[in-house]
Write a protein that binds this ligand. Sequence first.
Ligand SMILES: [Zn+2]
Length: 286
Amino acid sequence: MAGRHAAPTRAETATPHAGTDVVVPGRRPTPPGGRRATKKPARAPKSSRATARDTPRRPRRPRLRRIALTLVLVAVVAGAVPVVRHVQQERQAAAEAAALARAVTAESERRTRAEDSQLRTSRSLTAAGRAVAERMKILADCDSGGDQPSGPNGRLPASALCAIPGSGIELRADAAEAWASLQEGFKEAFGRYPCVNNGYRSYAQQAKMHAANPGMVAPPGTSNHGLGLALDLCTASDGVAGSSAWDWMDAHAPEYGWALPSWARPGGSRPEPWHWEYVASGDRVS
Ligand SMILES: [Zn+2]
């Protein structure tokens, strides 16, 4: 029995066909040597194992440090945002304050200039006021109060006219008072009254002068001389542009309400630097 049904040898049972690969479905092929490969991964080569052992595992502390550092950075950024906003607000406030300071400085300078101008005007008016006090004694009979007649041109009533000191030239009362003040100022500068040769002209006088010199003298009824609001300085002396007297007039006449019309100025359309007009009343012929 043992011979016929002898149990197979261990080798036959285990490896009936040693050296050949019998693939059993669902089973991994038996590797050479008869042992099945374990699930364990192949061990790394010795050199690799040594390297792994030599490389220390990263300790946890650096990771914690990174986290802490990140938290710190987040905190810093979170804290910095309001700081940056605060700095921006501070800068904006500083810029606004600087702009305000510039505006205040500009306004202050403007007011200072205006006050200087007012002071100069006040001083000149004070000088004019002193002259008015003197003039009032001279023009005591001149009635410049109330509305002044503006026409008819060349036909003003005698009551509307006043003679100015020195020359006896007549002007409308208000213009005569203003000129009297002016010539007091002129006298302070030059020690004499300005040389005047013409003031109010009646219609007949204007017609006669126009006929004699139509190119230079306005037709009757159209001149400010006919309203008692124009005056001619002596054409050969104080009426000469550029003379010291004329320069004084050019600088100070407006302080007394008198001015040289633009057409009569040197370089004007009809230069007559001797022809001055009383502009303060505002009712002259322009
Ligand atoms: Zn004139």
